[in-house]
Design a protein around this ligand. Structure first.
Ligand code: ADP
Ligand code: MG
Length: 616
């Protein structure tokens, strides 16, 4: 019988290895940046075109390579960084597997210019799909420039699998952030399609964080520092009140390498316990320095996961260090979620004498006149604060909307209902047609029995259909803001907002300008209260960057879904009986009333028959 096993040719083996190392342009960015750092560069330039699909180039001023090394660097298992297996546990470099360049060269057009410090002439090398096309002596600055063009040119399936340029660019920015934050002393320049996206001078971590995420971060950071035998911890955590609905800015660096660690993340989150709301995520930039012999980095091809010898100790030390920092900087009063910043004494007032407050008295106020039009100071000001802008949600609805008993114009009570149930005797029938169960469900009767409605999902559906309707009219209706709102975002977030700007406009946002780190909004859709804009946009960004939103859906649809989710009444909100009734009416006026925009059932019915059966 003939033998059938053959050794794969190198270029095929390289292509297979490339599948592990290079998933998308961002992987190339990571490998090239890391090589530049390993080469001792002090200035690194990253140049990207069309989401990295057309070009990813990294130029460094590092040590460079000799002519022979330049050739060898593209061979598989060719590395200058380790010599024996023992070296794996003494790693001081980012790379060690010697497969990145070989893998990249197998699936792209690569052009390298490199010159070693010690020689005058450098090398220019061209490789396409593992084949060397040309190698020449060249005049080139000290250091290395590697340009990777037309990624996956020879694997159409992989190329088609890539996402839009914007999505790929976002992945690249994520990788860039990780490397740039791990090495604040290195100067970085990042050009995207010819314009400079980041210019990061050599600095320290705090300045680097601010340079990357915007100046608003400066005040958010709480320093962390601890040194033990097992681990040295430094870096920053974000004050609890700035925790986000998305994972956002969470970075662990172990020996200057970005790593992912759900376990250590858990340690951080538990240090914040009681200080942040459930389902929000604290920001952190934590550098852990450990003895290289106590970790194993070689457990994953992309080297973003590592194994600690003594993971439990690191966890415990991390947790107590963070608790200590949070306590030392006394960042928030514990468990005060409804903490009102207006009540805080500004720092500059700390040592000033208290002023006699001005008491305003409504002299005309008479508790026995039932003048409903009378404006009482206490009511208007109190309501505005306590209801966190619920009411403003209903401001601006046209008179047409007011005609029908519309859920949107009704108010919700954030407290226990105080109205007496005996007040309106003639209405007793109707006020008992709905009732709220455990602040979560609205129960109402129908001919055949009863319906139990999930209030949150029902409201999502109602809002979703309203947004969609709004988007299909030629010009969406907006409420103009008296003062345009200026909101600060990081550059990455701004990119996302730019992407969705047109659709935001479509549903009624009036965007005046989008700057590098700021968006100015002059008008809002009727359904979005001013007080919720930041939250709405932050959640939108979170969903986009978390790739929760698949491509192929219409952007308007995605937006409407998002907004309906963010703005809907949540489980736990008390609804008065008129609001309950209106919710039911509005729900059954929807085109599709059975499932939420996220395809979850909105209500269940229990027939008289079902009930009868229970009594048998
Ligand atoms: P690894 O980084 O794991 O060693 P790579 O395939 O990324 O493997 O690189 C192979 C070798 O090429 C490196 O070990 C290094 O000697 C050399 N090299 C790669 N990039 C650079 C660079 N920018 N400057 C100098 N040498 C480089
Ligand atoms: Mg490498």
């Amino acid at each position: 019988m003939a033998d059938i096993i053959r050794l794969l040719p190198d270029h095929v083996a390289n292509q297979i290895a490339a599948g592990e190392v290079v998933q998308r342009p961002a992987s190339v960015v990571k490998e090239l940046l890391e090589n530049a750092i390993d080469a001792g560069a002090t200035t690194i330039k990253l140049i990207v075109k069309d989401g990295g699909k057309v070009l990813v180039q990294v130029v460094d001023n590092g040590i460079g390579m000799s002519e022979t090394d330049a050739r060898l660097s593209f061979e598989r298992h060719a590395t200058s960084k380790i010599q024996s297996a023992e070296d794996l546990f003494q790693l001081q470099t980012k790379g060690f597997r010697g497969e990145a360049l070989a893998s990249i060269a197998a699936i792209a057009h690569v052009e390298m210019h490199t010159r070693h410090d010690a020689v005058e002439m450098g090398t220019h090398l061209k490789i396409e799909g593992s084949k060397i096309v040309s190698q020449e002596v060249a005049v080139t600055p000290k250091g290395t420039s590697i340009a990777v063009k037309n990624l996956f040119f020879n694997i159409p399936a992989r190329r088609n699998f890539l996402k839009s340029n914007q999505v790929e660019l976002r992945h690249i920015i994520d990788e860039f952030h990780r490397v740039a934050l791990a090495h604040p002393s290195i100067e970085f320049h990042f050009y995207n399609n010819g314009s400079e996206l980041f210019n990061l001078p050599s600095s320290i971590l705090r300045q680097r964080i601010v340079a990357v995420f915007g100046s608003k971060f400066n005040e958010r950071l709480v320093p962390v520092s601890e040194e033990t035998q097992v681990v040295k911890i430094s870096g920053f955590i974000c004050k609890p009140e700035y925790s986000k609905k998305s994972r956002g800015e969470q970075f662990f660096f172990v020996n200057n390498r970005f790593i992912k660690s759900p376990y250590l993340n858990h340690g951080v989150v538990s240090a914040f316990e009681g200080l942040i709301k459930p389902n929000s995520y604290p920001g952190y930039f934590l550098c852990l320095d450990v003895n290289p012999t106590s970790i194993d980095i070689n457990i994953h091809p992309t080297k973003t996961e590592i194994k600690f010898d003594d993971e439990h100790s690191v966890y415990a030390i991390l947790r107590s260090t963070l608790k200590h920092s949070l306590g030392q900087f006394n960042v928030v009063p514990a468990l005060d979620f409804e903490h009102d910043e207006n009540l805080e004494t500004p720092y500059t007032y700390k040592n000033k004498e208290a002023l006699q407050p001005n008491v305003m008295v409504d002299a005309k106020f008479n508790p026995f006149t039932a003048d409903t039009n009378q404006k009482s100071f206490s009511k208007t000001s109190y309501q505005k604060e306590s209801s966190k802008g619920w009411e403003s949600m209903y401001v601006g609805l046209g008179s047409e909307a007011e005609k029908d008993a519309n859920f949107e114009k009704l108010t919700f009570e954030s407290d226990v209902i105080t109205g007496s149930i005996f007040k309106e005797e003639e209405n007793i029938e109707s006020s008992f047609t709905t009732f709220q169960l455990r602040r979560k469900y609205i129960v109402t009767t129908i001919k055949s029995g009863m319906v139990v409605i999930d209030q949150n999902r029902a409201h999502q559906r109602i809002l979703y259909e309203k947004f969609l309707k709004n988007a299909t009219v030629i010009e969406a209706v907006s409420q103009q803001l008296l003062f345009p709102l200026s909101l600060a975002f990081s550059k990455n977030d701004i990119l996302i907002l730019k992407e969705v700007a047109e659709n935001l406009t479509g549903i009624g946002f009036v965007i005046k300008t989008i700057k590098e780190e700021e968006i100015i909004i002059a008008g809002l859709p009727l359904l979005v209260p001013e007080s919720d804009v930041l939250m709405v946009l932050e959640e939108l960004i979170a969903n986009y960057s978390g790739n929760l939103i698949g491509e192929g859906f219409s952007q308007t649809d995605i937006l409407s879904k998002n907004l309906s989710k963010t703005l809907s009444v949540k489980t736990g909100t008390v609804l008065d009986s008129t609001s309950q009734q209106a919710l039911v009416d509005d729900l059954f006026a929807c085109k599709e009333s059975t499932v939420s925009p996220f395809n979850k059932p909105i209500y269940i019915t229990i027939t008289e028959n079902d009930i009868d059966k229970k009594f048998i």
